[in-house]
Design a protein around this ligand. Structure first.
Ligand SMILES: Nc1ncnc2c1ncn2[C@@H]1O[C@H](COP(=O)(O)OP(=O)(O)OP(=O)(O)O)[C@@H](O)[C@H]1O
Ligand SMILES: [Mg+2]
Length: 257
């Protein structure tokens, strides 16, 4: 298993955002996490990426226990993420934004950067190469020199992915990559997620767009009040009476084509 959570619990004051959660993600899949607003999806991502510490439970990623690790240490193990509310530097160019992501994987410290050591210069070249690769992969190569502030929203969502991808992750956490996208942009995002998996990157996908989730995911975990309501293939989840009652209800729209 690439990722394993057991007994994971996180509360904020009186609110239990994640409650005794167990799940396992095999390498190479698109694994979706769905659930209503406030179900704990973003909190789960914050726990996985080390922004929050669990109150209880264990997380294992790539054979390592994540307990007590800082976000930058977890990033170096090969876990990268996108943010629901974009984390973009609007005063930097598109390429520079992606280079910031690639730096998450760099090893040279501040002193090396200031002294411009040969190792640092090698690393800079590597980071630039990773950044270009990620930009091209996300279809943003031609926009590299533009200020991020000049990009339309759909391209910003892909920039968010490119920045995470430039860190060369084994596991990519995507928090609502299709939120606010039109149908054409949603299809492009679906294609991008499929190509990430084809590259051997495991994707953990939080998304409200059920058409996208049902088509792109290999397995789906349904959260309700921070607990596991169901887990299975898209066909199993779609047919699960508990899921239909609690979440899919009447407002499911499967159309993406
Ligand atoms: N930093 C925080 N402080 C206090 N409460 C929090 C914090 N982060 C999350 N919560 C609470 O934890 C619960 C889960 O929130 P979370 O953001 O993880 O939900 P979500 O599933 O991502 O929802 P959405 O689909 O709206 O993005 C909510 O009740 C939320 O108010
Ligand atoms: Mg959220």
């Amino acid at each position: 298993m690439l990722l394993e959570a057991s007994g994971l619990t996180k509360s904020f004051g009186g609110v239990t955002a994640i409650a005794d959660l167990d799940f396992q993600v095999p390498a190479g899949l698109v694994y979706a996490v769905i659930g209503p607003n406030g179900a704990g999806k973003t909190t789960l991502f914050n726990l996985l990426s080390g922004i929050y510490r669990p109150d209880e439970g264990r997380l294992r990623f790539a054979g390592e226990d994540l307990g007590g690790r800082q976000p930058y240490q977890i990033a170096r193990l090969g876990l990268a993420r996108t943010f629901q509310n974009l984390q973009i530097f609007f005063n930097l160019s598109v390429l520079e934004n992606v280079m910031v992501g690639a730096h998450a994987r760099g090893c040279q410290g501040m002193v090396a950067a200031l002294l411009r050591t040969p190792a640092m210069r090698r690393e800079e070249r590597q980071i630039r190469a990773w950044a270009w690769e990620a930009l091209d992969f996300c279809g943003l190569g031609e926009l590299a020199a533009r200020p991020a502030s000049a990009l339309p929203y759909g391209a910003l969502k892909r920039l968010e992915v490119a920045r995470a991808l430039a860190a060369q992750p084994r596991l990519l956490l995507m928090d609502e990559p299709a939120a606010g996208l039109n149908d054409t942009e949603t299809l492009a995002m679906r294609d991008l997620i499929g190509r990430l998996r084809d590259q051997g990157i495991t994707v953990l996908l939080v998304e409200h767009h059920m058409g996208l989730v049902m088509r792109v995911s290999d397995r789906i975990l349904v959260l309700d009040y921070g607990s596991r309501l169901a887990e299975g293939t898209p066909a199993e989840i779609r047919a699960n009476p508990q899921v239909i009652a609690a979440y899919l209800g009447g407002e499911v729209h499967y159309a993406v084509e």
